[in-house]
Write a protein that binds this ligand. Structure first.
Ligand SMILES: Cc1cc2nc3c(=O)[nH]c(=O)nc-3n(C[C@H](O)[C@H](O)[C@H](O)COP(=O)(O)OP(=O)(O)OC[C@H]3O[C@@H](n4cnc5c(N)ncnc54)[C@H](O)[C@@H]3O)c2cc1C
Ligand SMILES: *[C@@H]1O[C@H](CO)[C@@H](O)[C@H](O)[C@H]1NC(C)=O
Ligand SMILES: *[C@@H]1O[C@H](CO)[C@@H](O)[C@H](O)[C@H]1NC(C)=O
Ligand SMILES: *[C@@H]1O[C@H](CO)[C@@H](O)[C@H](O)[C@H]1NC(C)=O
Ligand SMILES: *[C@@H]1O[C@H](CO)[C@@H](O)[C@H](O)[C@H]1NC(C)=O
Ligand SMILES: *[C@@H]1O[C@H](CO)[C@@H](O)[C@H](O)[C@H]1NC(C)=O
Ligand SMILES: *[C@@H]1O[C@H](CO)[C@@H](O)[C@H](O)[C@H]1NC(C)=O
Length: 503
């Protein structure tokens, strides 16, 4: 990446805006600065760029607000002087890997190609349990919660008459007779569905069931029921930055460039940056997060059609927050995970230790995760307030241990960040299939959409971002190579009341 970063200093807007007077050949624009603008340099943007490059369309530009590529694959050096380690603020797991020689998660393939160091996450075999009295064994309750979740996805797949319309996971649980009440029942339920980063009340029963199946259940078209945690000290992002290095030329990336407006018409697109620079292109692929689209951080001119706006505002951007602490010495559990059952569901419930053989031994790092509304709550507090709450929970978990002040403390505020506005998308029960069709659809022939949220099967995941980048890149390549004679994605002008889901 280094050479790209340095050379970019040399890419001035004057050179970007050079009017080309070359005759029209495939992949060369006659009137616009670029053939394709790829808005956002995360997994979707980079894979869309690779897809164009594979078709010899090279006159594209990735426009990225931050000073590096990777998007929500984002790492940081953390810890006291002399005891620093790389931690992952965003994506950390390859979720659903590969079973035998079945289909591989493309993120696993990239990790293998670029030698990213990972360790198996053993969610159910390497976990200990705590409650408000300290260490308490309720692994039997956890086993029950795992069974309950499997039952939920099976019924969500259609064993009850309600399969025609969606409902929330809470409705589903209740219908199968699972009604958690105790702190242990609540935290173990949380542990099997926290990756949706919202509560069962906020999550679609059907969509979460298929999302689970398509990633984790090889019998249902998924990859594998395994998770690899990146512990690579170059950062998990290395896999996508190294992939970018294999094909991307310095003049194809513009970093530190925040998009403010996207003008679109039948002739192409004109993107205006925060500093006033305008760049035109025949096509644009927006890969901005659902949260960015929802919050008008980027303004479309003219405004997007109502069917598109309704789709954007109807899906949910959820938040997943890791709260990192470093201590002089490890005083906690020797397992990978620990659960803490509080009377309040979602109050600092899941803990992960990194100071562990195979992970980052000697690091003194432990982190807690909160999601959804609880994430939004803590983002509104000061760091000191959150640190004090988290230490209270540690005192509750370890009543007989004198816990010293942490040597480092940090948590990212994804929900407040105008480049993300949350962590990843979640599918609510009120969001029906035609909404999602509309979320993915292009607007006119010039403006296309990609990113994690556009994936019907893998929304939320890195592999969702990857597949959507390939798809959008391929579709726009067809537009370029056919001189505009490409097919639009379908959209529904007016979404009717819910009808059966068709995948
Ligand atoms: C805390 C957290 C944990 C996660 N854990 C996992 C996990 O373990 N496994 C997994 O598979 N997935 C995980 N995910 C989800 C995964 O990170 C995302 O699905 C994926 O990275 C999204 O890629 P993308 O290309 O769609 O979007 P992004 O990565 O968001 O790319 C869009 C890019 O657009 C840029 N941008 C935004 N606004 C502007 C603007 N106005 N102008 C210019 N540029 C702009 C952003 O900086 C960003 O680089 C996690 C995400 C988070 C936040
Ligand atoms: C791209 O260009 C190279 C070199 O000119 C050529 O070998 C290759 O076949 C082209 N690929 C496509 C998909 O057109
Ligand atoms: C982007 O901005 C950061 C912070 O201002 C700076 O350190 C970096 O060199 C810039 N990168 C490019 C490519 O301009
Ligand atoms: C899951 O379903 C099976 C089969 O119907 C049933 O025996 C079991 O009790 C259910 N488990 C839970 C936790 O609901
Ligand atoms: C999910 O997989 C289960 C089998 O484990 C299956 O019974 C169910 O129909 C699937 N659900 C969906 C929504 O695909
Ligand atoms: C605006 O920002 C872009 C991207 O960082 C940069 O290339 C360009 O020189 C800036 N233009 C002005 C006028 O500052
Ligand atoms: C803490 O110490 C008390 C008194 O020595 C003891 O009864 C209790 O079991 C200890 N608790 C834990 C969690 O070790």
């Amino acid at each position: 990446m280094q050479h790209i970063v340095q050379l970019l200093f040399a890419v001035t807007v004057a050179s970007l805006a050079l009017a080309t007077s070359t005759p029209k050949i495939h992949g060369t624009s006659t009137k616009n600065d670029k053939v394709v603008l790829i808005l956002g340099g995360g997994v979707s943007g980079i894979i869309a760029a690779r897809t164009l490059a594979e078709k010899n369309i090279t006159n594209f530009l990735i426009v990225e607000a931050r000073g590096e590529l990777g998007g929500r694959m984002r790492s940081m050096e953390f810890g006291a002087e002399g005891k620093r380690a790389t931690i992952e603020l965003g994506a950390n797991w390859i979720q659903g890997t590969q079973e035998g020689d079945g289909p591989a998660n493309p993120i696993l393939t990239l990790a293998r190609e670029h030698g990213v160091k990972t360790e198996e996450s053993d969610f159910y075999g390497s976990v200990v349990t705590y409650d408000e009295t300290g260490k308490t064994d309720y692994l039997d309750v956890l086993n029950n919660a795992v069974d309950a979740y499997t039952n939920l996805t099976v019924v969500g797949g259609g064993r009850v008459p309600t399969k025609q319309v969606d409902a929330t996971c809470r409705t589903g649980y209740s219908l199968i007779g699972v009604k958690p009440k105790t702190p242990a029942e609540m935290v173990t339920e949380y542990y099997v569905d926290w990756e949706y980063a919202q509560t069962p009340e906020q999550t679609s029963w059907i969509a979460s069931s298929w999302a689970n199946n398509f990633t984790f259940d090889p019998d249902q078209g998924g990859f594998a029921d395994d998770n690899l945690l990146s512990i690579d000290q170059r950062g998990f992002k290395h896999l996508i930055q190294a992939e970018a290095e294999t094909f991307l030329k310095p003049e194809q990336v513009l970093l530190n460039a925040t998009v403010r407006t996207i003008g679109h018409s039948g002739d192409g697109v004109i993107v205006t940056l925060a500093n006033g620079t305008r760049i035109s292109a025949d096509y644009a692929i927006s890969t901005f997060s659902l949260g960015v689209l929802q919050n008008d951080d980027v303004v479309f001119e003219p405004v997007l059609p109502m069917w598109k706006q309704e789709a954007i505002e109807s899906m949910t951007m959820a938040t997943y927050t890791k709260i990192f602490l470093q201590f002089e010495e490890k005083f906690w559990f020797d397992t990978q995970f620990a659960l803490y059952a509080d009377k309040e569901r979602g109050r600092y419930p899941v803990w992960q230790g990194l100071d562990l053989e195979g992970f980052i031994p000697g690091s003194g790092i432990i982190f807690a995760t909160v999601v959804g509304d609880y994430s939004e709550r803590i983002e509104a507090l000061s760091d000191a307030q959150v640190q004090s709450e988290v230490l209270d929970v540690l005192h509750t978990m370890f009543p007989n241990t004198t816990i010293p002040a942490p040597t480092a403390f940090f948590f990212p505020r994804w929900f407040s960040d105008p480049l993300y506005r949350g962590s990843y998308s979640n599918w609510p029960a009120s969001f029906v299939s035609p909404h999602h069709t509309n979320l993915r659809a292009n607007v006119g022939k010039r403006l296309w959409f990609s990113g994690e949220a556009m994936s019907q099967k893998y929304f939320g995941f890195l592999h969702g971002a990857y597949f959507e980048g390939m798809d959008a890149g391929g579709r726009v390549a067809n537009c370029v190579l056919s001189g505009g004679g490409c097919k639009s994605l379908p959209h529904v002008e007016s979404v009717p009341n819910s009808s059966p889901y068709i995948i």
